[in-house]
Design a binder for this molecule. Sequence first.
Ligand code: ADP
Length: 433
Amino acid sequence: MQKSPHAAVQGLLIYASTSAMLGLIFGQMSWGLVVGLSIWCVQQIRLTTKLKTWLQNPDTAPPEAPGHWGEIFDDLARLQKRHQLKTQQLKEIIVRFQQSSSALADAFVIIDQHSNLEWWNLSADRLLGLKASADRGKPVINLLRDPRFIRYFRKGHYEDPLQLPSPVLNDVVLQYQITEFGFGDRLLVARDVTQLVRLEHTRQDFVANASHELRTPLTVIRGYLETFIDQELPTPLMRAMTQMQVQASRMESLVTDLLLLSRLEASQHIADENPIRIQEMLHNIQQDGIALSDDKGHEISVSVDAEFDLLGQPQELHSVFSNLLFNAVRYSPAKSKIDIRWWIDQNGGHVCVKDNGLGIESIHLSRLTERFYRVEEGRSSSTGGTGLGLAIVKHALHRHGAKLTIESQPGKGSVFSCHFPLDMLVKINETES
Ligand code: ADP
């Protein structure tokens, strides 16, 4: 039954008028009122005390009380029951979540907005060595101390995953991926990718060994072909020999590029960094570009921000910049302009190669750095490319912590830019000392 919200006021009025009437009967209406209201106050205090005592121990049955107090106790008891039921349901959900998360093979770790460990599943104990009793609430970088993880965690951009050896298990490689949620909280997932890494190494070893083994027979074939071509041969035979020599040279370039690519893939970072005189390197590459262009007469210019040089692996970076310039020469019409530029801004150092050549449709751009990806088969084979140039560029840049971006408009030209982080830059006078 719905009770009137004014039941308490009505009760008080009835109480007051009854005491006043009783007082009137004895000729003392005000005293009757005072005594009656005092008794009413004492009763309210007693009931409030009962309520307080019950609220401190809510598992017991609600106390008996008259009038609207009884209704309040009943309502509270009902609310309490509902609350207990909800709590029970939530507990069951949490237990089921914990059971299912501990059945997962991947490690899941929740990190709060202060970068402290909040919760993790059983696999995190096994793969990362986190201890439930001791590590809760500790900063994650105190427990996962590999400098590469710390740099990745602090960077705050988690688009790419990070691969590292497990901190506790020998021969296990983990792939870390972080996702942000809530207000600065993070979910760290660590996956065991040991099998995948092993397969990838087997693939890389196969390519490296096969390329290496192909090298010697190719050198012999080329040597004999050169000897034959130097002889007086009938024209059809000479034509065939020349064709064979061209194809053998192509195969040799392919083998050289495959070997270089597998060397680059073998590790994610360069072993040592040397200061590179970028101005000198770009001018040398410009000369190689002019030689490749030959009678096509491309106009190749170099402009350099002379204040900074770059730290890195000279052969790899030479290969990066020359691949970009040679592509610009191959895929631009004769006499067109090609600009090579090195400049610095607040994000780091940048090398860009801009041509006014054929350009590339935007649908191809994201796939250009895949091995053997060609925009048009005819376009590339006629230029003598191996189809591995941009894959080499991408891997070599990755090893330097750098990125490649490509902008292109069909029929207008392309800009290939390499972006190096600030910590790979070095002031020119430091390079000279
Ligand atoms: P390739 O040896 O075939 O040149 P790359 O990996 O160097 O292989 O380049 C991949 C493809 O990207 C090329 O086949 C070509 O179609 C396209 N490409 C690369 N650079 C340019 C450029 N500067 N202008 C137009 N197309 C280009």
